[in-house]
Write a protein that binds this ligand. Structure first.
Ligand SMILES: Cc1ncc(COP(=O)(O)O)c(C=O)c1O
Length: 398
């Protein structure tokens, strides 16, 4: 007997789509507190660099265990200003990864510095410290490790190389709010660190926002001046600055959301643990557990040799996927052929075509997580053989 719905031309209902992120969820669950914060700003009448920004800066520094925090307009500005405040000059080389959001490179170029690429470790997908020496030249002034997807980079080894070559280290923490190495939060290892509060980040505003944290009073003072026209006092500029101030409204909202960050990060990690179990016998590679680190699980990015087919398999069940990133920076039209190191990125080259992001945000319902796990369990692909990169780079000492 036929199915009556399809016999008369109706398709069975598709399951509702599970999205990669749900930035509006906080507005639903915390609506009253967010509206109260907005009202406080509105009625306070002090709209630029007022008490909300000051309080958020204090609370964010405290949360991280850093001495100083300066709120700025975006994560891209945070990185650019952190580089400048640390002493990076136009023409200096800054070693970073191509496996990152393009914003990392935008920030380096924004201050007239020159990006140089280094490859990533295939396990952490972050800067490979073993390769830094061949990327460093006499012009290298800073290293910018990116804690990609929320996985902390190998800071101890990176700092060791940085000390030897007298480079600054600016951490790109845009995806790693609350991630730790041991019991120390990322953002407190280098000379300074840049955070983005773009709405989909683990700590997200309802517009653009960012911050730089550091443990250095001189860097902090330069940042406070740089973000506001280079003023050292009102209307007196002693350096060329810009306008990149954290908005008072965004700061007020971030203060509300900061109260939930640890709980929501924990939820992300719990969801990730379900995915790891579901993937165990599928042949698909889940993000590796890197000892002594706590992943912020901003994104759950798996690795598949049949990535496009897996994306299709999930899409048929109404599960959205995304690519972070479809093209590594050194291959993007604006950057191709421009920076040193682009010809020695075999891991970046091989990995980006295999990576697939699946929804892992804390606003997923149990039913949605179960739906995703069920769908993953019905997937299978040949198990990858030996990983050609791991033996070559991972076990060498720095
Ligand atoms: C790794 C990384 N760096 C920097 C940025 C820039 O942050 P924003 O979008 O706030 O400028 C982002 C955000 O997209 C990012 O993911």
């Amino acid at each position: 007997m036929g199915n009556m719905a399809t016999d008369i031309g109706l398709q069975p209902p598709r399951p509702s789509t599970i999205h990669i992120a749900d930035p509006g969820a906080d507005a639903r669950s915390d609506r009253e507190m967010i509206l109260a914060a907005i009202d406080r700003v509105l009625c306070g009448g002090h709209y630029i660099l007022g008490r909300e920004v000051e309080s958020f800066e204090k609370e964010w520094a405290e949360y991280l265990g850093a001495s100083y925090c300066v709120g700025v307009a975006s994560g891209t500005d945070a990185l650019a200003l952190a580089l400048r405040a640390s002493g990076v000059q136009p023409g200096d080389e800054v070693v970073t990864v191509s496996h990152t959001a393009v914003a990392t490179i935008v920030a380096i170029e924004a201050i007239g510095a020159v990006p140089v690429f280094v490859d990533i470790d295939p396990r952490s997908r972050c800067m490979d410290p073993h390769l830094l020496r061949e990327a460093i030249t006499s012009r290298t002034r800073a290293l910018v490790p990116v804690h990609i997807y929320g996985q902390p980079a190998a800071m101890e080894q990176i700092l060791c190389v940085a000390r030897q070559y007298q480079c600054f280290v600016i951490e790109d923490c845009a995806q790693a709010h609350g991630a730790t190495i041991g019991d120390q939060k990322v953002g407190t290892f280098g000379d300074a660190a840049a955070f983005s509060f773009y709405p989909t980040k683990n700590l997200g505003a309802i517009g653009d926002a960012g911050a730089v944290v550091s443990n250095d009073a001189a860097i902090d003072a330069r940042l406070r001046s740089l973000r506001q026209y280079g003023w050292h006092e009102r209307y007196v500029s002693d350096q060329v600055g810009t306008n990149s101030r954290l908005d008072e409204l965004q700061a007020a909202i971030l203060r509300v959301k900061l109260g939930h960050l640890d709980r929501r990060n924990h939820m992300r990690r719990t969801i990730a643990a379900h995915y790891r179990t579901a993937l165990a016998s599928t042949g698909t590679v889940a993000p590796r557990d890197i000892p002594n680190t706590t992943h912020a699980m901003h994104l759950f990015v798996l690795e598949s040799r049949m990535r496009d087919r897996l994306a299709g398999h999930l899409s048929e069940a109404g599960i959205a996927t995304a690519l972070h990133y479809p093209i590594p920076v050194h291959r993007q039209p604006a950057y191709v052929g421009r920076f040193a190191g682009a010809d020695r990125l075999p891991v970046t080259e091989a990995l980006y075509e295999r990576l697939l992001t699946i929804p892992c945000h804390p606003d997923l319902t149990e039913e949605q997580v179960e739906r995703i796990c069920d769908r993953l369990r019905t997937w299978s692909e040949p198990t990858s053989q030996s990983n050609p990169w791991i033996s070559s780079s991972h076990h060498r000492s720095v």
